[in-house]
Write a protein that binds this ligand. Structure first.
Ligand code: AMP
Ligand code: FE
Ligand code: FE
Ligand code: ZN
Length: 286
């Protein structure tokens, strides 16, 4: 058997703000020619079982999540995303923290809707919640309501400053990033910093924080991602080499909520193998 070569370690399903169900996601991954895909929904493992059950032959599934975090070393604190792979989903401390931030996301999304409605924008909270279909609610679901109302033409426009990017933006209740790294490790998982230098998404953290996170148990950095410029990708790779961190690349696929396609960016086998070796939950194979 040859080593897997097409490895995409960051994708969302309807368990959060993607548009394909977990079963559709793994089928789409096989159709895209991937050997390995990771399901990494925001703050939830709810899609794992359905994805495993639907795994097509020849595809391997890395079970993961993308945890909403914050670094409090800057004022105001900087939000960031921590990918967590192959952890025990039943480990109580991590499971409780994920449940807490999911609940807080709902409160926050409803508040955003209230702000919009107070300004006369006709969006409906029950409809937005229904649009999330039981998945973890995020701004992309509110963006869909703005599109349905004819107020914006695209998700990108909905994330502009006039709407969810600034005027109607509320912070999430996130996890301190050092606590998140410790929780993921304690649950037997492998923490990887998602798109750490994506300056086009907003403020980014300094290298010094990444040095400290590496000392605290961070395992890797996502280098190849559509939100990183070529210079940022090279910078992340250099930093990872200096710190002995593994490197990943991934699409961060969200179905039709984003334009990027599965497999648009991929992970080298070395990074994948380091994750598999360090995680407590086995990779599932179809
Ligand atoms: P939230 O987690 O509710 O703060 O929403 C953030 C999510 O919105 C991200 O995970 C992306 O899926 C999506 N997102 C953020 N910025 C954009 C953008 N400019 N265009 C499309 N989707 C975006
Ligand atoms: Fe997302
Ligand atoms: Fe992310
Ligand atoms: Zn993501």
């Amino acid at each position: 058997m040859s080593a897997p070569t097409r490895i995409d370690l960051h994708a969302h399903s309807t368990a959060s703000d993607g548009t394909l169900s977990p079963a559709e996601l793994v089928r789409a991954a096989a159709d895209a020619g991937l050997d390995v895909v990771a399901i990494t929904d925001h703050d939830t493992t709810a899609g794992w079982d359905a994805a495993v059950r639907a795994l097509p032959p020849g595809l391997a599934l890395v079970r993961g999540a993308e945890i909403s975090c914050r670094w409090y070393g800057a004022e105001p604190a900087i939000p960031l995303h921590l990918l967590a792979y192959l952890f025990d989903p039943d480990e109580p401390a991590l499971a409780a923290e994920l449940a807490r931030i999911r609940a807080a996301r709902e409160v926050r999304a409803e508040r955003i809707v209230e702000l919009l409605r107070a300004d006369g924008v006709e969006v409906s909270w029950p409809e937005i919640l229904a649009g999330a279909g039981g998945g973890v609610v995020g701004r992309p679901h509110i963006a869909q309501a703005l599109i349905r109302a004819g107020l914006v033409a695209s998700t990108t426009e909905a994330f502009g400053p006039r709407w969810l990017g600034e005027r109607y933006r509320l912070p999430k209740e996130d996890v301190d990033v050092f606590r998140a790294v410790a929780l993921v490790r304690a649950a037997g998982g492998v923490p990887v910093f998602a798109h750490p230098k994506a300056s086009r998404r907003g403020r980014i953290v300094p290298d010094e924080l990444i040095v400290d996170l590496a000392a605290a148990g961070l395992a890797g950095l996502e280098a190849d991602h559509e939100d990183h410029s070529p210079v940022e990708r090279a910078h992340v790779r250099r930093l990872a080499a200096e710190l002995g961190l593994l490197v990943t690349g991934s699409s961060d696929f969200h179905g039709t909520h984003k334009t990027v396609q599965l497999g648009a960016f991929t992970t080298d086998p070395a990074g994948y193998e380091a994750i598999v070796a360090a995680g407590v939950t086995p990779v599932a194979s179809g």
